[in-house]
Write a protein that binds this ligand. Structure first.
Ligand code: B1M
Length: 231
């Protein structure tokens, strides 16, 4: 072992989180997995581990990607490391014993292959008691509609990370309107380039800034829908 090798378990919580940001940046999947396991063993909640160590680290990657300091291959490695950490956290986020809340179909829109945020929303929704059918990435309007027919969910969730793909959400919502099925579902949208105004403009029920907001919004709107149905 090299003298200067860092022993993650010897670091304080703050040092470990900083080191995990560096390791995520460098795409070191095994180190990220080890770091996640250490934080959990120290009593960190899965949610804090996810947001403070992983999501915050990915924000740094995003800034340097934007500024041309990092390129696609490095960002793919960082994404792979992040997924390694999320894989460990997934069962912990889901195993909350929350009562059954409803069902959601979620997918990233056509032309877009970003899936980390969407996966995170899916995990947190499952943790909150929703059944989730994940359609993956690059979904055409036909794929969304087929899944709605098949699953009859309460909620359709759509994710887009590119300014060039976010308008596709309107294509899906407009097609739902044309087919007279828009009102049968709660439509939630999210992704880094979106905002509340965009959500309103395309006719979604709500824009969700992050996974925690998606869960809160979903719970509130499902409750409202059930109250309307029983009124
Ligand atoms: Co891409 N990429 N990327 N990328 N990438 C961004 C999005 C970008 C902002 C980077 C930058 O320039 N700063 C930029 C978009 C610019 C723009 O359109 N304005 C960009 C670009 C340009 C590209 C390419 C075009 C690069 C190229 O090829 N030249 C290309 C496009 C490929 C395509 O999709 N067709 C590309 C490719 C890639 C990789 C494949 C390398 C990789 C994706 C790997 C993967 O996902 N499996 C990648 C990554 C990792 C990023 C960044 C760095 C990180 C995204 C991420 O995972 N964030 C990203 C920079 C950034 O966003 N800051 C960037 C972490 C995640 C937890 O956050 O996804 O925002 P986020 O999800 C949040 C919320 O947004 C919300 O909740 C989540 C959790 O809190 N949310 C929802 C998301 N979806 C939701 C759905 C909901 C509700 C809430 O439904 C109800």
């Amino acid at each position: 072992m090299a003298d200067d090798e860092i022993i993650l378990a010897d670091l304080s919580d703050d040092e470990l989180v900083m080191q995990m940001h560096d390791d995520l940046y460098d795409g070191l999947k095994e180190e990220i997995e080890e770091g996640v396991n250490i934080l959990i063993s120290r009593g960190w909640t899965p949610y804090d581990t996810l947001t403070k160590a992983l999501v915050a680290g990915m924000t740094i990657v995003g800034a340097d990607f934007r500024d041309g300091i990092l390129f696609v291959p490095e960002v793919l490695l960082a994404a792979n490391a992040m997924k390694g950490g999320m894989f460990i956290l997934k069962p912990l986020l889901i195993a909350t014993g929350a009562p059954r809340m409803g069902k959601m179909v979620i997918g990233t829109v056509k032309g877009d292959i970003h899936d980390i945020g969407k996966n995170l929303v899916g995990m947190m929704m499952e943790g909150a008691g929703f059944e989730v059918r994940d359609l993956g990435i690059n979904n055409s309007v036909e794929k969304y509609l087929a899944a709605l027919e098949e699953e009859k969910p309460d909620i359709l969730g759509m994710s887009a990370l590119l300014t060039t793909t976010m308008p596709y959400m309107k294509v899906v919502i407009d097609t739902m309107k044309e087919k007279g099925m828009r009102e049968d579902y709660i439509v939630l949208v999210g992704g880094a380039p979106l905002n509340e105004e965009f959500g309103k403009a395309i006719g979604a029920d709500a824009y969700c800034r992050d996974a925690a907001v998606a869960v809160e919004t979903a719970k509130a709107l499902v409750l409202r829908k059930h109250n309307q149905l029983t009124a």
